[in-house]
Design a protein around this ligand. Structure first.
Ligand code: SAM
Ligand code: SF4
Length: 367
């Protein structure tokens, strides 16, 4: 497209006057120079609003037992082709303690979805004990799916302060095509409200590039993020898992195109919501060895190094080609530091790394 046209769209984004159509044009870019201009504009907004710093969330995938059956996910209930595991409390605490000693500032506990009492108590205990072992210094994000209002409140009271619940897609019809009939879009949306009410910093996100999803759907997703006024976004490319009902559903699969679409989505989200936290997801790295760095250069500012013990990692395969299955947490740490330094960014240690958006929201509440 003509340079001058692209520049005026990007200027409108920075001035916060961009239209739906403007974002649609951006998500449709294919030319290499146009894409570089988009990423650079988003990167500049990121640097101005949240700095050229990377925030870490050490991720502990503590169980692959799930009662849900999302049609895209490798650990869905009906997939009987692998062994289920749940870490003991000591194993979870050991990983968290390692993160604390390495000055990570923050951990993310993620697992398949369960709503039984044993699970709820387990998470509550883990959260309380992580707070104790770190002298209240480690921030705790949870990503444990749809729960009751009461459960969210209990985990918040125990010390968790951020919660990531992806809406997966803001298009209700598409949501139905990704899930069995007993999964509810309305309930997922309701949960986002409950999380906000409970006091969490709320994160959501979508899968990018699954079959039948259009560019319009993706821009509507960004509008949804804005409407929900979220503090953080965790989103990544959809990648097939062979043992799911959605495997082989692409007429033609192009990993590079999928990766670029995810980068464009990060860049557009940064332009639309300048001061939130945006994660460069692990799935980005599954499609491209330097995928996470490219995510940072397109506007993301959070990375989630994997702290899960290597003996469990290959049992938490949501999609095919998950990276770093055989690297332990120490190896991941060294590798990550090098990768971040290479692109001229700096990891911030010992901080929870809340988004300026959340801080602003708190200030408005107080005023
Ligand atoms: N069970 C919780 C939930 O669903 O919110 C948390 C864990 S779940 C594994 C975390 C995220 O993994 C989901 O929100 C989904 O977007 C992502 N995911 C699952 N299968 C995927 C796939 N095949 N490709 C990309 N992302 C996937
Ligand atoms: Fe379970 Fe989450 Fe996978 Fe759905 S996406 S099957 S809730 S782990």
């Amino acid at each position: 497209m003509k340079n001058i046209e692209l520049q005026s769209i990007l200027n409108r984004c920075v001035e916060k006057t961009a239209s739906f159509q403007d974002f649609l044009t951006l998500i449709g870019l294919t030319n290499k120079d146009d894409l570089s201009a988009l990423y650079q504009a988003a990167y500049q907004v990121k640097v101005n609003e949240v700095g050229n710093f990377v925030r870490l969330r050490g991720i502990i995938e503590f169980s692959n037992i799930c009662n849900k059956d999302c049609l895209y996910c490798g650990i869905r209930k009906s997939n009987a082709s692998f062994e289920r595991f749940k870490m003991s409390k000591d194993e979870v605490l050991q990983s968290a303690e390692w993160a604390y000693e390495m000055n990570y500032g923050s951990v993310l506990l993620q697992a398949g979805e369960r709503v039984d009492d044993e699970f709820i108590d387990f998470v509550e205990d883990c959260v309380k004990e992580i707070k104790l072992l770190s002298d209240n210094k480690l921030g705790i994000t949870l990503s444990l799916g749809e729960q009751s209002r009461d459960t969210y409140a209990r985990w918040f009271a125990a010390g968790a302060h951020r919660y990531l619940l992806r809406i997966e897609t803001s298009n209700e019809e598409l949501y139905k095509s990704l899930h069995p009939n007993d999964h509810s879009f309305d309930n997922r949306k309701k949960c986002l409200g409950w999380l906000r009410d409970a006091g969490y910093q709320v994160g959501t996100g979508v899968m990018i590039g699954f079959p039948r999803q259009s560019d319009e759907d993706l821009i509507n997703d960004i509008m949804f993020f804005k409407e929900q006024d979220v503090d953080m976004i965790g989103m990544g490319p959809y990648i097939e898992h062979p043992d799911t009902p959605m495997s082989n559903s692409f007429l033609e699969y192009d990993a590079k195109k999928q990766h670029t679409l995810a980068l464009k989505m990060i860049a557009c989200t940064r332009l639309a919501m300048p001061n939130i936290n945006i994660a460069a997801s692990t799935a980005l790295q599954a499609l491209d060895q330097t995928g996470r760095e490219k995510g940072l250069l397109a506007g993301a500012n959070v990375i989630m190094p994997n702290l899960t013990d290597t003996k469990y990692r290959d049992k938490y395969k949501l999609y095919d080609g998950k990276p770093c299955l055989d690297e332990n947490a120490s190896q991941c740490r060294l590798c990550l530091e090098g990768r971040v330094a290479k692109i001229g960014e700096k990891i911030i240690y010992n901080e929870w790394g809340d988004s300026p958006h959340f801080k602003q929201r708190q200030k408005h509440k107080r005023d």
